[in-house]
Design a protein around this ligand. Structure first.
Ligand SMILES: Cc1cc2nc3c(=O)[nH]c(=O)nc-3n(C[C@H](O)[C@H](O)[C@H](O)COP(=O)(O)OP(=O)(O)OC[C@H]3O[C@@H](n4cnc5c(N)ncnc54)[C@H](O)[C@@H]3O)c2cc1C
Length: 319
């Protein structure tokens, strides 16, 4: 069987690797001159160093990320603490604290005042359970208190990063899906993990190497212009310089952003609202004892990442 993948972002690469490992003949067409899409690294001429197009955080319990990294031979490409630990600073009060959830399923850390958010009580955390029964239309603010120390010092900044939208207006159902995969599974499911030394080295270059090893072809500079349909069947893909006929046993995976997919597939229903993320990169070596990732309360940025040769800040929902 032949699988044609359009788009070599993380979704397209994951689809291509999965099908190539399964034995398909795989061909990838990517519009840009490089792979990685929104999850890539590049040499920034001003800073004269490799930076990521955006700071990415993944959590240790994300099964799809772990399985993808294992398949491409990059299982050791993410770095982070051995236990779930999150450092925070409140810029207004100067207060600093470290959130230290315990590893196992039973969340006894919420009863330990030196592990939980200062000023919170165990009852505050129990109230988050209301999110787990969320219906499709509910916002986070409909179900849980959005004031008080737990919200301002933890849930607000964490959910802003997770949802990239004002967390009060964010979907309670999506939030619940994240909580079920992380907090509900104990600290070992949400140890913070960052690509080392960068996104390209961790996710993209090993995936391209794996595809080469499996004899898959990746064509760059090939923007899919039109999908030719015969009723509900795809019969050809039109690129600027060639048309690829699609046979009955071929499979086409469209791994492009929603607004592109909508143009290519008439009538496709896609998300229509998006929020910006701004990252600022500073070419300054962090202090030796700086945490690798610091949550910031009361500032413009919500997270500060310390890399060996630079410091990066992230502002989510940054429109
Ligand atoms: C700043 C930033 C920070 C982020 N932080 C996190 C994080 O901390 N944790 C996390 O899990 N996720 C994070 N994300 C989200 C994550 O990067 C994306 O979900 C993921 O990279 C999307 O991959 P994708 O392959 O679906 O889409 P894309 O990366 O957009 O890839 C689509 C590809 O299709 C190509 N393409 C488009 N049109 C065509 C066409 N017509 N023909 C051929 N090719 C085409 C594009 O060039 C691109 O390479 C972040 C994203 C950004 C931007």
């Amino acid at each position: 069987m032949r699988t044609i993948v359009v788009g070599a972002g993380l979704s397209g690469l994951a689809a291509a690797v999965t099908r190539a490992v399964a034995g398909d003949e795989v061909v990838v067409y990517e519009a840009a001159g490089h792979a990685g899409g929104r999850c890539r690294s590049y040499v920034d001429a001003t800073l004269d160093c490799v930076i990521d197009n955006g700071n990415h955080l993944v959590l240790s319990g994300n099964p799809m990320v772990q399985s993808f990294l294992k398949t491409i031979g990059a299982h050791d490409a993410l770095t982070g603490p051995d236990t779930a630990e999150f450092d925070f600073v409140d810029l207004k009060s100067g207060e600093r604290w470290t959130l230290r959830p315990n590893e196992g399923l039973l969340p006894w850390w919420i009863f330990a005042s030196d592990r939980r958010v200062p000023g919170t009580t165990p009852v505050d955390y129990v109230k988050l359970g209301a999110l787990l029964a969320a219906g499709p239309a509910a916002t986070v603010a409909d179900l849980v208190p959005t004031d008080g120390p737990l919200w301002t010092k933890m849930m607000g900044p964490v959910l802003l990063a997770v949802l990239n939208t004002d967390p009060k207006l964010g979907s309670a159902k999506l939030t619940a899906a994240v909580l079920k995969e992380t907090m509900a599974k104990g600290g070992r499911a949400y140890r913070p993990r960052i690509a080392h030394p960068n996104l390209g080295a961790a996710f993209i270059e090993p995936a391209l190497r794996k595809l080469t090893e499996l004899h898959a072809l990746v064509h760059f500079g090939q923007r899919l212009r039109r999908i030719v349909f015969d009723h509900d069947k795809v019969i050809a893909l039109e690129f600027p310089e060639n048309t690829v006929p699609i046979g009955p046993s071929d499979r086409v995976v469209l791994a492009v952003p929603p607004w592109v997919a909508q143009d290519l597939v008439p009538g496709l229903s896609v998300p229509t609202e998006f929020r910006a993320i701004v990252n600022a990169h500073f070419k300054v070596a962090p202090l030796p004892d700086a945490p690798k990732m610091l949550g910031v309360v009361g500032g413009t940025a919500e997270w500060i990442f310390a890399f060996e040769d630079r410091v990066s800040v992230t502002v989510s929902g940054a429109d």
